[in-house]
Write a new protein. Structure first.
Length: 64
């Protein structure tokens, strides 16, 4: 399958940052049960997500 991930830093603050992440499905097929795994050096506020769920362990986050 063909995918594209766009990550943009929106704002850098002393105690945090805001960013936007968009996953684009460039194929003709539906996508189900996928997940992204990534590492950030800061805590991610779950309330800041507009879609999906977040599981975070220390600085390790899993976005579904």
């Amino acid at each position: 399958m063909d995918f594209r991930v766009d990550l943009a830093v929106i704002e850098i603050l002393p105690k945090g940052s805001r960013f936007g992440l968009t996953l684009h499905n460039l194929s003709e097929k539906s996508v189900a049960n996928w997940q992204l795994n990534f590492a950030f050096d800061r805590h991610i506020e779950k309330a800041s997500l507009s879609h999906g769920t977040l599981t975070q362990v220390a600085v390790y986050a899993r976005y579904r």
